[in-house]
Structures are given as C-alpha cells and as structure tokens.
Design a protein around this ligand. Structure first.
Ligand code: UD1
Ligand code: CA
Length: 469
C-alpha cells in the first residue's frame, strides 16, 4: 500500500524532560551519535508521508535550529505552554487541511520505534476504517503508563492515566505507547473538545479515545510483542538503556550482513556506518559517523574510527583514525593516530606509535615505527625509518614536506619543512635535513665519528679512581 498520499505525521516534542536535568532539550540528547528526534524522524520519513509536523516548546529555538539544518521539510509548530499531549495536538489544528487521511502521532522521546511497526499500525486503522489505532504493549511493570481499558470482549473503552487510575485499573498490563494512527476527520472534529478534568489539570490526548467510543466510533489496539520498542526516555539511565538497545540492533544488522563482531556488547557502531561482508570487528571498537569499511578488513580491539573510508582487506590494530581515507590492503597500528585529511594508497604500512596528519602516502610506502608525518606528500615505495619527524611547524607557520617515489629516509631523521626529497634519494640515519635533496642523491648530515683507542678502559679507570677518593 502506498501511504504517501494519505499519511501525515505529528511528532510531540514540546515537553520539558525535567528528569534529564539538562540544559539541552530532551529530544536533542543523543543515542548512537544522533539526537532522539533524528531516530524518530528517520523511521517516520521512511513511511513516505505527505508531510510531517513537530510540536516544539521547551527550548524551541535550539530544536528549531537542529530541524532547519537537518530536516528542513519538517514543519515545526510552537506550543508555548506545555498543557498536555492533547493541547500539543491542538496546536496543529491550522495544518489539518493539508494533512492526509491517516494522521500518525509519535513521541519525540521514543526513539526505538521502527517503521515496520508504524506501518502495521497505519494498516490496522485504514483497512478496518477505525477512528484510531493505538500502539500498545504488555509489560509486567506498567507503572507510569496510561492503561488500556477494554470490555469483556476486548473492545477498547478508554485510556486511563496511571495517576488517575483506580487500584483495579492499575493492575492492567496493556499500556499506551503514546503512538496512534487517527482518522483525520475524527481527530479534527474532536480534538478541541478535550478538557482538563483530571488530576494533572492537563489536556490529555488519551481522552479522545473515550470521546470517540461514546460517539459510536471504533478504536483498536495494535499490541507489539517487544515493549522495549515503544519505551519513552525520561532520564539519563533510560537514555543509556535505549542506546544499548539501539546499539545491539545495529550490531545484529551487521552480523546478519556477514560481518563478524567479537564480543558485540563492547562494540559501538553508529547507525551511519557502512561495513562490507567478511570484515571482522574485534572487541571494544568504536566506529562513528560516515565511516565506510570495505570487504575483508580486520579492525582490532580498541580501535576508534570516525568519518573514515577504509579500503578492502586492510588491517587496523588498536588505532585511532579520524576523517581519513585509508586504501586497500593497508596495515595500520598498533597504537597509531591518523588525523584528518590523511589519504593512503594501496598496501601502505603505518606501523606502531605513528602519528599522521594532513598527508598523503602512496602505494607500497611504509612508515613502520614511531614517526610523525605531518603536512607531507609521500610517493610510492618510500620507506621512512624509525623515529623520523617531518618537522612541519617553526612556531609560527606550517610548511610541507615532499618525499618522491622510492626515496629512503634513514631512522631518526628530521626533515625540516619546506623540503623536498627527490626520487630514489637516500637520507642517512640521524640527519637533520634543511635543504632539498636531488633525485638519487645521498644526503648525510651528522658529525664525523671518532674512535678513541682503549677509550672505554681509560674511562672506567677514571670513574673507579673518582669513587675511591
Ligand atoms: C503519555 C501518555 C500515556 C502513555 C505515555 C507513554 C498522555 C496523557 N499520556 O504520558 O498514556 O502511556 O505517554 O510514554 O498522553 N508533550 C508535548 N506537549 C505537552 C506535553 C507533552 O509536546 O504539553 C510531548 C512530550 O514532549 C513527549 C510526549 O508529548 O514527547 C509525551 O509526553 P509525556 O509528558 O512524556 O507523557 P507521559 O506522561 O509519559
Ligand atoms: Ca513520557
């Protein structure tokens, strides 16, 4: 069924979220790298609605700015006083004429909801021509939730809020998720009749259910088996529980797609990350942002990779890589730090304890141990000896180093930028290079060695005499 013509979405997100104890509006708190509202909007958008509205109130400027930058087609509607969920929906009344026959109401603080469930909820309403289909779940711990009151035949009568419920009603385990699909006309005709006759003096959206039933209209519940999916977030521990669930969901998706994940409960992968089959992710890895990992890679434990593209069959061991592009069949780490604007070609090695920043390293080149490569272009087949530094900063400005194809840089070399090492040149170990080295030349910059005959013996004797004094 194509809902695009007759579906509109209203997301309630004006509430304060007092229990978060935060300066940040609740719906902008993040799980798996994205705000709560992002997760809700992503699922909603995948249903192909005609339009989407979001009710904002508390800290609305900040929420509006986020929406403008990330979901510009969603219309934000102000609710200046947060007088309840019914009042929030009333705020959308001027937009009802633009809305489709199905109005899906979602909560900005229930980020685990999936499009599949929402799709079923919408179908339940439209295929049975109900006034409203209500998403519910069964939980052994219903405290805090609105309870679904049904008659003996299982017909929905009303929803009673926890705080207004009698002792018997409190025993009911079917709870309201605050997610509904309404028939637009029935919602529009009744929304303004909701009153504040309840213990909180608020306009409850839930009251509309009884109102519709009393008019002979029909409501049904769609009970989902997984109560977790509808859980709302009210405090930081629920925030972390929700993140945990989303993380598990993401990890499972990758494993299903042919990725091996060792100890997945320790692995954090954001929803935006793409991984190709036969890659292995070891324990305690963090993969974030727009990271793309090719086929058959091995990402060793304690690696952190942000916004980085990695080619196929690359091995990364316990390293941090940020905003970089790593080629295929590379060997990175252990314990290296690869910073933004680094690109590597095929079969590059960046070994142990290296730092690379704003540099390109072409095919087959190696930086195996303890080096700093900054603002540098390295050609193909270059070897950088241990403990070498591309000295890019003079205290005032940064300069670039160029090392052409096939050059060999001996260990413990300082290349003082700007400097160019020509094709096939050799720089002897321990040199401090301040000028360009022509292709195929050998540069050596160190004091001449002198060997003192029996110098070691004389030295030890002198020390021994000093001690005996
Ligand atoms: C609501 C439901 C309850 C359900 C529970 C599920 C009502 C009266 N109760 O209760 O039956 O079991 O959700 O989590 O609807 N909001 C506004 N403006 C307001 C008030 C709330 O936009 O004036 C938004 C909030 O930001 C939130 C959503 O509506 O996203 C739900 O509000 P909340 O106060 O959390 O409702 P609950 O008391 O949890
Ligand atoms: Ca809530």
């Amino acid at each position: 069924m194509d809902f695009s013509k007759d579906l509109s979405i209203i997301i309630l997100a004006a509430g304060k979220g007092k229990r978060m104890k935060s300066e940040i509006p609740k719906v902008l708190h993040r799980i798996c790298g994205q705000p709560l509202i992002y997760h809700v909007l992503k699922q909603a958008a995948s249903l192909g609605p005609k339009n989407a509205f979001i009710i904002i109130g508390h800290k609305k400027e900040v929420v509006r700015e986020y929406l403008d930058n990330n979901f510009p087609s969603v219309k934000a509607i102000d609710q200046d006083s947060q007088s309840g969920t019914g009042h929030a929906v009333m705020m959308a009344r001027h937009d009802f004429p633009d809305m489709g026959k199905n109005i899906l109401i979602l909560s900005g603080d229930s980020p685990l909801i999936t499009a599949g469930t929402l799709d079923s909820l919408i179908k339940l309403r439209s295929e049975n021509d109900l006034s409203v289909s209500i998403l519910t779940s069964i939980t052994q711990d219903p405290a805090g939730y609105g309870r679904i009151i049904k008659d003996r035949d299982g017909k929905v009568l009303k929803i009673v809020e926890d705080i207004d419920a009698s002792r018997e009603e409190k025993m009911i385990t079917e709870v309201n998720s605050s997610i509904y699909c309404f028939d637009k006309d029935h919602l529009q005709e009744n929304i303004d009749n909701i009153d504040i006759q309840n213990s909180q003096g608020e306009y409850y959206l839930t009251d509309i259910v009884e109102m519709l039933i009393n008019k002979g209209k029909r409501a049904e519940t769609f009970v989902i088996s997984d109560h977790q999916e509808t859980r709302g977030i009210n405090d930081r521990s629920q925030l972390s529980e929700a993140e945990d669930m989303l993380r598990q969901r993401i990890n499972k998706k990758h494993m299903k797609n042919g990725i091996t994940i060792h100890n997945p409960s320790s692995v954090y992968i954001e929803g935006t990350v793409q991984i190709e089959p036969d890659t292995i992710i070891e324990a305690s890895c963090f993969l974030r942002g727009d990271t793309v990992i090719g086929k058959g890679c091995s990402i060793g434990s304690f690696s952190q990779i942000d916004n980085t593209k990695i080619g196929r069959s690359t091995i990364v061991k316990s390293s941090v890589i940020i905003d970089a592009e790593i080629g295929p069949e590379n060997n990175i780490g252990p314990y290296s730090y690869i910073r933004p604007d680094t690109t590597t070609g095929k079969k590059v090695k960046i070994g142990a304890f290296c730092e690379v920043k704003k540099s390109s390293i072409d095919e087959g080149s190696k930086v195996p141990h303890l080096s700093y490569v900054g603002d540098t272009e390295i050609g193909t087949g270059v070897n950088i000896g241990a403990s070498s530094v591309m000295v890019n900063y003079n205290g005032f400005s940064k300069s670039r180093t160029i090392i052409e194809d096939g050059a060999f840089i001996g260990s413990d070399t300082m290349l003082i930028a700007p400097v160019r090492i020509g094709k096939g040149a050799i720089v002897a170990a321990g040199s401090v290079i301040t000028g360009d080295v022509p292709g195929n030349a050998m540069a050596i910059e160190r004091a001449k060695q002198k060997n003192i005959k029996n110098g070691a013996v004389k030295y030890r004797n002198r020390k021994k005499m000093d001690r005996e004094k």
